[in-house]
Design a protein around this ligand. Structure first.
Ligand code: PLP
Length: 380
């Protein structure tokens, strides 16, 4: 039977990163040893205090629906966390919890984007932004920065039309790991919101920095700024699904309406698990230290290789080197997986066919051994 699938869904591709990760898992199942640099999740376990709280919550039967926007005390703690780190003056009413960053971003886009509204997405982009925009019948418009992933104001202006409703920025960036200078980002964000265009600042990697704490768009104190964040990356909680949005109260109220119909509420156990997280922020120093070492390993191996790291990544857990190879990134990544059992993601998934994404969220041993083989393969 030919099912009548909606056109915009027919046109969507499955997430490339998840597809490669699944292929790598399949090879592992066949008993092959695979170097998996494809996934966006840390090898570090969920912190013990979160696991204990989840266990306790389960024992106490805290497994029922919570309010659709999340537990009031956790919304308040997140507001305090931003107020403490970035000097904002928000409260619980500016925070919406949801089942992961993906869920809150998709629900927010659904809240403001109408058919044919345009959304600016900067290349290289996180795979899900264009798909989320298309799923709402909006139109993604791409900006291709000429200088190392940082668009100029002119490049932004050239792409803006009177249909532009939203610009999405993501720093620290997936897939590049860059954190642009604070002054540059502040200027860029201000430039966008001064045009009465919404700015979605995806700050999911904001705690994973290896030099200076990154700029947060929340500091701009504007009704046009919407921040997305979550616990997947900072506390290795990818499967536990907990993310949040910080925005003007009217945006939160309307996005919560959609969430109440699609999700019901955020995962109750995950919410109880992270309550009190602001008392544990110091522990992130250890995560940062580990990731900084791994980034240095990547830099060391790629330095004199055919995979050129021609910029300075300083956050998240990705590098995005350029292929100085005759093969295109897709062919390169497929051959690399089939011949060497090393999983990486071709840049085409992020809108740049000349680079590949290497995630260094794995152990130092796996990273070192895999990079050695990878560099060797690239030299052939
Ligand atoms: C840039 C970016 N934003 C948002 C997310 C969503 O993360 P989650 O839905 O696990 O919170 C991810 C996950 O990989 C990401 O890389």
């Amino acid at each position: 039977m030919k099912h009548r699938i909606a056109q915009e869904v027919m046109e969507l591709a499955e997430s490339e990163t998840l597809r490669i990760a699944a292929a790598a898992k399949e090879l592992k199942k066949q008993g092959k040893s695979v170097y998996d640099f494809s996934v966006g999740e840390l090898d570090i376990p969920v912190p013990m205090w979160i696991r204990e709280r989840i266990r306790e919550a389960l024992e106490k039967g805290l497994t029922r629906y919570t309010p659709a926007a999340g537990l009031p005390e956790l919304r308040e703690e997140i507001a305090n966390y931003y107020n403490m780190l970035f000097g904002t003056t928000i409260d619980a009413g500016n925070v919406l919890l949801g089942n992961g960053g993906k869920s809150v971003i998709a629900n927010f886009i659904r809240t403001i984007i109408e058919p044919n509204d345009e959304v600016l997405v900067i290349k290289p982009y996180w795979v899900s932004y264009p798909a989320m925009v298309k799923a709402t019948l909006g139109k993604p418009k791409f900006v291709e920065p000429q200088t190392f992933f940082m668009p100029t104001l002119e490049e932004i202006d050239k792409t803006i039309t009177d249909k532009t409703k939203l610009v999405i920025l993501n720093y620290p960036s997936n897939p590049t790991g860059i954190i642009p200078p604070k002054e540059y980002l502040k200027k860029l964000c201000k430039h966008i919101i001064e045009k009465s265009i919404y700015l979605l600042s995806d700050e999911i990697y904001i705690e994973l920095f290896y030099d200076e704490r990154p700029f947060s768009a929340s500091t701009l104190d504007s009704e046009y700024v919407v921040v997305a964040n979550g616990f997947s990356k900072m506390f290795s909680m990818t499967g536990l699904r907990l993310g949040y949005l910080i925005a003007a109260k009217e945006i939160i109220k309307n996005t919560a309406k959609i969430a109440s119909h699609t999700d019901g509420c955020p995962n109750s156990l995950s919410q109880y698990g992270v309550l009190g997280f602001t008392k544990h922020l110091k522990e992130l120093d250890e995560t940062r230290e580990k990731l900084k070492n791994r980034l240095n390993i990547c830099k060391k191996y790629l330095k004199n290789s055919n995979l050129k790291l021609d910029y300075d990544p300083s956050g998240a857990f990705y590098v995005f080197p350029k292929l100085t190879d005759k093969r295109d990134a897709e062919t390169f990544c497929i051959e690399l997986l089939q011949k060497e059992h090393i999983a990486t993601v071709p840049g085409s998934a992020f809108g740049d066919p000349f680079r590949i994404r290497i995630s260094y969220a794995c152990s130092e041993e796996e990273l070192t051994a895999g990079l050695e083989k990878l560099v060797e393969f690239a030299s052939k």
